[in-house]
Design a protein around this ligand. Structure first.
Ligand code: NAG
Length: 334
């Protein structure tokens, strides 16, 4: 075993520990300057004195963002985020992985996107993935939360292995994407960087562009801290790992989401999921092959939006004034 394959083995093992324990409190928290670098927006990115937290702002001049110094193939990536409060319609905060700057035609992506809202309505979260340029197949899901993400910091995490992707909010897994053979290249499989950005998504983010960013309320400020970049940093072309954050652990553990975490995930999805591409009968007459239809999720979404999720036929003779068709990728429910 060469040094790099040994370190990758240790790394893969440590990921199992992360997944199985469900907690990642023992992973090292990086100072901003050790893991990330400024991406855009000049002084709209401010590193706080402790060196461990930053804020990003959006004003009439520009948004802002940062990017990881390394590319990673698999790992556990996390940040605590506090979103802007009050009127935030049209504002998008994103925490995501991508290699779009290297692979322009066949990039991969794993996304958390936070979609602002009008006053009195909560932020919504969207998750999505692309693999090898699969931009014609959106795999979006959207959710509301059990807390106001503008009130305080909450931890948002992405676990990415060669067989699955899990999105977490605090310690609750909210979505698991299992790699299936039929997904082919659509499962993200090339090294990616981490990104965090805030930008003007007026045309798209809130009710399909109905509510735009209002700069009367600028600057919109979002804060990031508790950076965890627990992965194998690799050379994107050679695909060899140069350094691995392989925290060793003596605990032997099974793989995957624990039964108690799965119950939490199922409860979250039943209560808080407001959109899933797997159930969108307008976009996909036949759900993409990796979709596993859960009758409880289907039922909830149908009540929430019978036009998109109900197959057209309305029940109980009732009019659903609030529902509207969902076009591809549009984040349209307030
Ligand atoms: C990814 O895309 C490239 C170029 O479009 C193609 O040659 C390659 O076979 C694809 N890989 C997979 C795993 O589908």
């Amino acid at each position: 075993m060469g040094v790099s394959s040994l370190s990758c083995f240790l790394f893969a093992f440590s990921l199992f520990v992360v997944v199985a324990s469900g907690f990642y409190r023992n992973l090292p928290i990086l100072p901003f300057d050790e893991g990330y670098a400024h991406l855009f927006g000049n002084d709209n990115l401010v590193v706080h004195k402790d060196g461990k937290s930053v804020h990003l702002s959006l004003d009439e001049r520009t948004g802002s963002g940062f990017v990881s110094q390394d590319l990673y193939l698999h790992g556990f990536f996390s940040a605590s985020i506090k979103l802007p409060a009050d009127y935030t319609a049209g504002v998008v905060v994103a925490f995501y992985m991508s290699n779009g700057d290297i692979f322009q035609k066949n990039h991969d992506e794993i996304d958390f996107e936070f979609l602002g809202n009008i006053r009195g309505k909560d932020w919504r979260i969207q998750t999505n993935i692309y693999g090898n340029g699969s931009t014609s197949v959106g795999r979006e899901e959207r959710y509301n939360l059990w807390f106001d993400p503008a009130d305080d910091f909450h931890q948002y995490s992405i676990l990415w292995t060669d067989s699955k992707i899990i999105f977490y909010v605090d310690n609750v897994p909210i979505r698991e994407v299992k790699r299936t053979a039929s997904m082919g290249g659509d499962f993200p499989s090339k090294p990616m960087s981490l990104y965090a950005t805030i930008w003007d998504g007026s045309d798209w983010a809130t009710n399909g562009g109905k509510y735009r960013v209002n700069y009367k309320y600028a600057p919109y400020v979002t804060e990031f801290s508790n950076f965890i970049l627990h992965g194998c940093a690799v050379d994107p072309i050679e695909q060899t790992s140069s350094k691995c954050d392989a925290t060793e652990s003596s605990k032997s553990v099974p793989t995957g989401i624990s039964p108690s975490q799965r119950i939490k995930m199922d409860n979250f999805r039943r209560k808080h999921m407001t959109y899933s591409y797997c159930y969108d009968q307008i976009r996909y007459k036949v759900p993409p092959s990796e979709c596993v239809i859960n009758p409880l999720e289907a039922e909830r979404l149908k009540v929430y939006d019978p036009v998109t999720f109900g197959g057209g036929r309305r029940h109980h003779g009732k009019r659903h004034h609030h529902s509207r068709a969902t076009r591809s990728g549009e984040a349209n429910s307030v």
